[in-house]
Every structure is written in C-alpha cells, then in structure tokens.
Design a protein around this ligand. Structure first.
Ligand code: SAM
Length: 399
C-alpha cells in the first residue's frame, strides 16, 4: 500500500468514514412526510456530511433547499467544494467542539440528516453542557458520538422540523441506552424506525436503523417499525423505551402478551358529567374520586336507571386527569352510574377479569397507561390506546 492509500485508510478509521450510498440516502428521506419538502425556503443540515451524499439526496427532492454541512476532514470539504453539482455551505470543523455553536448559534434548521460516526468520544464539559441544554444528562467519561450528534441535531432543529438519521443497532437495543430512548419518546415525536440488515446496502457492514423524529411534543403514543417488505409493526412508546428494533418485535410476536382487544373485552366511556351525576342526587355513581391507584372495590345495594351502568364484574378505570390516570376499581355488587371521566372495561370471563386487574395493579400496567396518555394540560387516554393494553399472563403479576 502506498503512503497516500495508508493515509486515507487511517483517516477512514479515525473518523469512521463510511459513506452513505445514494440508494440508502433516498430510502432514509422517503420516510419523511412529503410535506417536509414543500416549503420554498428550507434549511437542511448534515453535521458529519462526509462528501455530501445525504445532502445530495436532499437536493434531488428539494432543489430549492439551502444546504449546510460540517465535517472534520478537510479532504471532504475540498471534495464538496469541487463538486459543481452541489451547492453546500461547507465548514471544516470538529463538530464536537464549541466551534459548532459559534457557527450555528443563531440558525435553526427545517431538516437535519445524518449518518454520524459510530464511536466513543470524551464526554467533556462542553458536550455535557450541550446535552444538558436539551434536557439529557450523562455523567459517563465517554459517550457515543452518535448520541451527541443526535441530541445536538434535535437542539438546532426548528420546532416542527424533522431529523432523519442512520444509527447503529445499540441505540435501539442496548439496555444501558433505555434512558436515551425514554428521553426521546418523552420529549419528541418519534415517528418511525427502519431496520437495515448488515450488508444490505454498500457501506452498511453493521446492522443499522433509520430513525425519523419530529421536534414536537410527544402527541403520538406509538412508533412504527419497518423492515424492507415486512409488515409494519406498531409499538407503544413504552415498548420503544424497552427496545426499538423491528427484529425483536417480529420474533416476540408469537410470544407477545395478550391485549385487552385480544381478550375480547368491551370498553365503554361514561356519559354523565360529575355535575349531572350530582344533580341526580344519588350516591351510587363512580367518578375518579371513588377509585384508587391500588384498585378499589365498589359495592352498592342500589340500582341505576341509565343507558350505561357499571355492574358486577365491570372494571372501571380513570380516563382523564394527570394525577388520576391509572386509578381503577371493580364493581362487586349493585349498579353504578358512571362519570365521563372513567371507562368501563367489561368482560364476562372471570379469569380475564382477574388478569386485567393484575395488570392494572402492576407497575408495568401503571407505567404503560402513563406512557400512552396524551394531552398538554390534563392527560387522557383513548379507547383505541386502552384496547392495546398488554395483559400480563402467567405468574409475573408484580412486574
Ligand atoms: C459515517 S461518515 C458519514 C458521512 C456522510 N454523512 C454520509 O452519509 O455519507 C461520518 C463522517 O463524520 C465525519 N466526522 C467524524 N468525526 C467528526 C467530528 N468530530 N466532527 C465533524 N465530522 C466528523 C467523518 O469525517 C465522516 O465523513
């Protein structure tokens, strides 16, 4: 090997220079909603642009977009500047240093794309501070560069803007990165993850995933997982915290927990406001104040004269109220009027009733309900979400 080739090889290794094939770049961008590209004025950035492969794919779809890129390697900057087909504002910097802030301190981007280097970097004061400024803290001495680039990208995205990254498997599977996944689904809209098998495209020797996140508060409670032609899997945000890779869920499919839907239960929403119920002048009504987080037994000797009433065996669960979500109870006798702040879960199978109660009283059940709840003010859950409540079967009721 001559010295030039050796130098290139060393640089490749040092900076993790694996460039994205056009095919993979196009696939990544195809996961973004079409409306992303319609704006006449779009600022698009790649913090580790290499020779501009991803930005080139952007310019195919959005020729009007203003392209920005940084890279640590001057050879890449020269290559970008020599490319007549591409007009990129290219800067040669180490994007893990304060220099980055200096360049883009006043700029926010509509779209950020990236295939960052997959390597450990020193988690120095600057990096810690930048991560803390987005609400993420890591005390470890070293941190994955891809985490820094992911979070920094989210920081300088415009509100409502999209981030599209190629990331290593560990981000979606490592137990030690559960906190990162939780941080992502708790603070942003994680739209989708597409799994790419090793070697599927040129330059993807390792298993990678394409991740699409919108900088928006988490209004969705599910993440879509894709893998080439396989059917889409939809997982809850709570499941994403555990793992976010397609393969895990497709393998686990057969073993997957039952859901309220698969138990064949019916869910009804109470109709009467509390004010109306108080106007009835009755005591046998259920509102969120009558049920508890540990589960309440509800008994009455009265009957209720309404189209929808809760009767023996019915499970009631709070539907709305940040502090009330997760409260539940079971009717042991009589009939109750039901407020519009609770759902009735009805199953005529006593074994299923027990399984549902076990799930609702477990920390798993409580966390799940919290994680699917939505709303900026008073959080609430929907029937659609509740039908997907995974039911714990077997002996692990206290999970
Ligand atoms: C995996 S390559 C991807 C390049 C390009 N985004 C693509 O998709 O083809 C990672 C790039 O990050 C650059 N890089 C590595 N460390 C960097 C740093 N600290 N600051 C800026 N760029 C860096 C490398 O030079 C390399 O071009």
């Amino acid at each position: 090997m001559n010295s030039n080739a050796l130098e290139t090889k060393d640089r490749r290794e040092e900076h993790e220079q694996f460039y994205t094939s056009r095919e993979l770049g196009r696939l990544l961008l195809s996961l973004l909603p079409g409306k992303t590209w319609v704006s006449g004025k779009l600022n698009v950035l790649d913090l580790c642009m290499g020779q501009g492969a991803l930005l080139e794919c952007v310019s195919e779809i959005a020729p009007q977009a203003a392209l920005f890129g940084t890279d640590i390697d001057p050879v890449n900057i020269d290559a970008v500047n020599l490319n007549d087909q591409l007009d990129i504002d290219a800067r040669c910097i180490d994007a893990t240093t304060p220099e980055l802030r200096r360049i883009y301190s006043k700029k926010y981007f509509d779209v950020i794309v990236g295939n960052p280097p997959f390597k450990l970097i020193h988690n120095d004061k600057y990096i810690k501070r930048e991560l803390e400024s987005v609400g993420y803290s890591s005390r470890s001495t070293y941190i994955e560069a891809e985490i820094y680039f992911l979070l920094y990208g989210l920081k300088i995205l415009k509100n409502g803007g999209y981030l599209a990254y190629i990331l290593p498997d560990g981000i979606f599977t490592k137990v030690s990165l559960k906190g990162l996944r939780k941080f992502l689904v708790s603070n942003f809209c994680v739209h989708s993850v597409m799994e790419i098998e090793p070697g599927y495209f040129d330059g993807t020797e390792a298993k990678t995933h394409l991740l699409i996140i919108q900088k928006d508060s988490p209004t969705k409670s599910v993440v879509s997982l894709f893998k080439d032609e396989h059917p889409t899997q939809v997982i809850t945000n709570y499941e994403f915290e555990e793992r976010g890779d397609y393969s895990f869920y497709s393998k686990a499919c057969a073993l997957k927990m039952k859901t309220l839907e698969s138990l064949g239960v019916e869910i009804f929403r109470g109709r009467n406001t509390k004010k109306v119920l108080l106007g009835f002048g009755v005591e046998n009504y259920i509102h969120t104040t009558h049920i508890s987080h540990s589960g309440s037994i509800l008994k009455t000797s009265s009957f209720a004269d309404d189209k929808l009433v809760a009767t023996k065996g019915d499970i009631v669960i709070a539907r709305v109220g940040t502090r009330c979500l997760g409260k539940f109870g079971v009717v042991e006798s009589g009939q109750f009027y039901v407020s519009d702040c609770v759902f009735i879960i009805r199953s005529d199978n006593p074994k299923n009733q027990r399984l549902i109660l076990n799930t609702l009283s477990s920390s798993f059940g409580r966390n799940w309900i919290k994680s699917v709840s939505k709303g900026v003010g008073a959080r609430h859950i929907t029937t659609t979400d509740l039908y997907q409540l995974p039911i714990i079967v077997g002996n692990n009721e206290n999970t």
